[in-house]
Design a protein around this ligand. Structure first.
Ligand code: GLN
Length: 305
């Protein structure tokens, strides 16, 4: 297995050239484009890795499935669906409403920025610092890694230069879709995106989702299976943004990408996968990372269709 992973990395490495590291968050521009790592966690407890699989990077949008999970744990399915839709937008992750119609919650889903910003406002906690700490603790628990923390430099960079997210959040407020103080919600959202992880952490989180809510190591039930099915379904249709349809055909598993270069893959009942390769395509998905997942899926028959 380790040999297969090494082989996939060397075959996919040339695709790094086709992408670029994110620069719209200045701190992310400092990433090394040639870093490439993969970690696979199987349901039987075995795990395999190749390349830079313990290298740290920011979780970015891969926090969105965890945010959705916590919002479901706090509010139930109906409580979440009253505030955010589940249909694919077919638009970039940070798209602003350009129609002349009033913005409604059904216009976005939990995997695009507007949806994730609204999800922050659904978390329970007397302050936004408490809400963020609860989210961070869930990430740590799912990843089985109490050391996970925040990359403060990336957080500051997002906070200073997150113009589009700020515009989006104020638009949500203007349309009555966000009740709380916009800056407090955004701070929580930016901190969530700035959580530092490695490919192994993502594989662990993916395996717990694949395990339908049972901890990948202890088998302890962390959340109801119904919520895992909800999250995995949304990942399948919206996890790779406006690249989700093509990804479903090429790879065929629920997955989530982030502009930090990570991808988390969920193979229901079988496997959690974490990949890191920060050179992105124009949709914000890791080019070599998608290629590696495609190869792994083909060779191990992972596609769920
Ligand atoms: N922090 C990033 C943003 O809000 C997350 C986006 C992403 O990973 N696609 O723009």
């Amino acid at each position: 297995m380790e040999e297969l992973l090494e082989q996939i990395l060397s075959e996919c490495r040339p695709f790094i050239q086709k992408g670029k590291v994110a620069t719209y968050i200045p701190e992310l521009a400092k990433q090394e484009p040639n870093d490439f790592g993969i970690y696979v966690q199987n349901s039987d407890g075995s795990h395999y890795c190749a390349g830079d699989c313990t290298k740290h990077f920011t979780i970015q949008s891969i926090v969105k499935p965890v945010l959705l999970l916590l919002a479901l744990m706090d509010n139930g399915v109906e409580g979440v669906c009253a505030h955010v839709g589940v249909e694919a937008t077919g638009k970039p992750f940070d798209a602003i409403n350009v129609s002349d119609k009033s913005l409604l919650s059904e216009h976005f889903n939990p995997m695009v920025n507007a949806g994730a910003i609204v999800l922050c406002s659904l978390l329970k906690g007397e302050s936004y610092d408490v809400r963020f700490e609860r989210l961070l603790n869930l990430v740590r628990q799912l990843a089985d890694n109490p050391e996970i923390g925040v990359d403060e430099a990336v957080f500051r960079s997002e906070q200073e230069c997150g113009y589009k997210n700020r515009a989006l959040a104020y638009l949500l407020k203007a349309h009555g879709l966000l009740q709380d103080d916009v800056e407090a919600v955004l701070r929580c959202y930016f901190r969530a995106c700035s959580i530092r992880v490695c490919s192994r952490d993502l594989a662990h989180i993916g395996m717990t989702l694949a395990n339908h809510g049972r901890h990948f190591k202890t088998d302890e039930r962390l959340f109801p299976a119904e919520y895992a099915r909800f999250v995995n379904a949304v990942l399948m249709t919206c996890g790779m943004y406006d690249g989700s349809g093509e990804f479903a055909i090429r790879v065929g598993i629920p997955a989530k990408s982030g502009v930090g270069g990570g991808i988390m893959g969920v193979v229901p009942t079988r496997m959690g996968i974490g990949i890191y390769s920060p050179a992105l395509d124009e949709k914000g998905n890791s080019v070599a990372g998608i290629r590696a997942l495609e190869q792994l899926s083909k060779r191990m028959y992972l596609g769920i269709f």
